[in-house]
Every structure is written in C-alpha cells, then in structure tokens.
Design a protein around this ligand. Structure first.
Ligand SMILES: [Zn+2]
Length: 422
C-alpha cells in the first residue's frame, strides 16, 4: 500500500546541508495542502553538543530497476528457484521458470515491497523494467500500470516495456515480438521501449533486435533502453558500435527528438582501448546522439566475471570483474552516465538493497573514489535525472546521522511535506 503519512512538520532544527559546514533551521508553512519551505536560517544553538543531526538532501531516483522480478528470493512460493550454481545461465533459466508462476496479486505484493523500500530510501522517481514475453504476456505490465496509478502521489514510475527474451531468434521470438508490439499499442503508460540484444542466439539476430528497437522507439516517440554487451569476452564484438552506427543512420539526434537512448551494463566496454573510448565519445558528441550509459555495479560485480556471464571456466583465484567506470566516463570523456540498482532479491543479483545511497557507498570502493569531489559526483549521478524524462519533484529527504557518519534513520518529506519513518 502507498505510505500512510504522519502529521505535518512545521520546523526542523539543526539540519546539515550538503557542502555546508554549519547547521540550519528549516521552516515549513502550508499555504495549501502542499507544504513549502519558507526559510532556511542558521541554526540558533550552534554551541550545543550535537551527537546526531539530520542531513537534508534532494530526493533520489532509480534510473534502472526491475519491478516485476524483485524479491523472488524473499517469497516462499519461489523457494525452488534459489541459485545453486550462481551462473548467469542458471539465473536466466530459473527466472524464466519463476515467471511461469507470476500472477497479479504476487506481482502487486512484490512490486509494493520494492516501492516501499525505495521510498524509505528516499527514492521518489524511477525508470522501471517490466517484462513482456510468451511466458508472462502482459500480466507484469498490467500490474505495473496499476502500481503507477496507485503510488503516483509518492513516486513517479516510468514504465519500460521490456523484452528480456529474444525477439529475433529461438522458437518464441516471433511471439515475443508480437506481444511487445501489442503492448506498445495497448498501454499508453509505456514511456520507454527496452530490449536485450545479447540474449539473441546470433550476432545477426542481436543486430536485428537493435535495428528493430531503434525504429520502433523512434516511430512511437519513446525513449529506448538496451541491456547491452553484458560480457567480459574480447572475442565477442561489442554491439555499442552497431547501436551508434544505426542511430546515426536513422538520424536519431538531440535536434530531432527529446527522447534518449540508454545503454545498460556494457561490461564488455571495460576491455576497450583508450582510442576506442575516444571514438565512442567523439561519435556521440560530434553527431549529437542522445546516448547515456548506466552502470549497474551490484549486478556486474556479482555476475560479470569471466566465469559468470561467459559461462567459461576460470581458475578460482582469478575472477576479474568488470563494470563501467562511470566517474571516468563523465570526467574524461564528457559522457552522460549514471549508476543504478538494477535487480533486487533475485538470481541475477541475490544481494544488495534498493537504496541508492548504499550503491553510492559501493561506488566509492568500486571506482576508487574517495575524494569530496568524487562523493559529490557520485551523489549527482543518483538524483535529479531530467534527461530520463523523470524527476523526483520538489522533495527533500532527511537522513539522521551520527557525528561519526552512520545512518540511524531516514525521514522522507514528500511533496506535501509530511513524513515517513524508516
Ligand atoms: Zn536491468
């Protein structure tokens, strides 16, 4: 259920703001049902010994999260689908089997767990992937559309109609594509088309998947979001080149449309040379291609080892991991790049929580990013993402921290400035 809110907050004292050494008092008034911050003044009791204080931050966004297959591992009905080997192939096949048991009530229940946990973490907008294929047909989409409406006061939900399965190969390809096409016609709530070229059984089918998705998204004026190049195998052709080539060929530029193309995972690109990265950046900048990248480190460091996604044998003591170096892509190549949670509680990512700040903390280690500038860039890559076509609104999150930084609780001030405790 959407959150039940406590009484209105009139004033918050001793608040820390990002980048400010002192503390502040925030006054909130209610000229209408929606509260407005009317003043932020220096905290009057600077001399008192404060052991913990709230930190006020803008609300957070999930730029990439899977609504329909969240928390499969937390549900007794799916106990037989817990990982036994932990491989990517096992995750694909066991999740496909679990999907055969999906039903409306179950999708709503697990979806609301994800929404509630996300909101309690300070997330008020999300781009969420909802699968459409011969196994689930449109039931995930129907549940997502219902949740989008039910939770609209608390969280903006942008729905991706997502082909996790092949649409140009295997015995179900034709049926999968027909179901995706029908969904795009039937559900005006869909703002984004998403596909997974790497699950196709040949490179030609993967390229056909990319061409078809670009043409459909362009014709329907939707954003496009690919799960792409999810491997660490130098013998595999990186499909990013085909995506960039096709976008140029079709004229999908920032001048033509405000709709954008997101490339997710892309672990294969961590094996590219400096010159190849320069070429990617030049292709995007010189041709005004509205391309963004999303790194999914929680999933990538679990799955994108050469023994994981590739399924090949690797010595136990040598399991290199790969995830997009998001901060370097922003700083060095001027690319538009963010980080996101991806999966929660399923075989693709059986660890981690839907908490973007925890993800940013992981980023400190993964990107070797310990400076103040790094922290600010990591935080920037989590909040307000207008380029995705979603924004968290005028919402503030309060995080209660000890002087020795340790989160002890959070309060979310929604647009009407009432609170939720976590
Ligand atoms: Zn994903």
């Amino acid at each position: 259920m959407p959150p039940k809110l406590t009484s209105r907050i009139q004033r918050i004292n001793g608040v820390r703001l990002a980048g400010q050494p002192s503390t502040w008092d925030i006054q909130i008034e209610y000229p209408t049902d929606s509260g407005t911050i009317t003043s932020v003044t220096p905290h009057e009791d600077e001399g008192t010994h404060i052991t913990e204080s709230p930190l006020a931050l803008p609300a957070l966004t999930h730029p990439h999260i899977h609504l329909d297959k969240a928390f499969i591992h937390s549900t007794p009905e799916y106990a037989q689908f817990l990982p036994s080997t932990g491989t990517f192939q096992e995750a694909l096949s066991s999740t496909t089997k679990a999907k055969q048991q999906f039903n409306h009530a179950d999708l709503i229940k697990r979806g609301e767990w994800l929404l509630a946990e996300s909101l309690a973490s300070g997330v008020t907008a999300m781009r969420t992937f909802v699968e459409v294929d011969h196994t689930v047909q449109h039931i995930c989409l129907k549940a997502a559309a219902e949740l989008k409406e039910k939770w609209k006061q608390a969280c903006e939900i942008q729905i991706v109609c997502f082909a996790q399965d092949p649409i140009f190969s295997t015995e179900h390809g034709d049926q999968n594509m027909r179901l995706v096409s029908e969904a795009l016609d039937k559900y005006p709530q869909i703002e984004v088309l998403g596909t997974t070229p790497y699950v196709e059984t040949s490179i030609d089918a993967a390229k056909a998947n990319i061409d078809w998705a670009i043409d459909r998204a362009l014709a329907l004026d939707k954003h496009l979001d690919f799960h792409l190049d999810y491997n660490l195998d130098t013998t595999k052709e990186p499909l990013v080149w085909h995506v960039l080539h096709t976008l140029k060929q079709r004229g999908w530029t920032t001048g033509l449309t405000t709709k954008r193309v997101m490339l997710g995972h892309c672990t294969r690109l961590t094996l590219l040379s400096e010159n190849e990265w320069i070429r990617i950046a030049r292709d995007i900048h010189e041709n005004d291609l509205p391309v963004s990248f999303v790194g999914l480190p929680t999933s990538d460091i679990y799955m994108a080892s050469s023994a994981g996604v590739n399924g090949s044998e690797t010595a136990l003591q040598s399991r290199p991991r790969g995830t997009l170096q998001i901060l370097e892509m922003i700083r060095k190549y001027g690319l538009d790049a963010v980080i996101a949670v991806n999966n929660v509680g399923n075989s693709f990512t059986p660890w981690g929580a839907p908490d973007p700040l925890a993800l940013a903390c992981l980023g400190v280690g993964v990107y070797q990013a310990g400076s103040q500038d790094d922290a600010e860039l990591l935080f920037d890559s989590l909040e307000n993402l207008p380029k995705l076509g979603i924004r968290p609104g005028d919402t503030v999150i309060l995080i209660v921290v000890h002087v020795v930084p340790k989160v002890v609780g959070r309060q979310i001030l929604l647009n009407n400035h009432e609170t939720i405790l976590s």
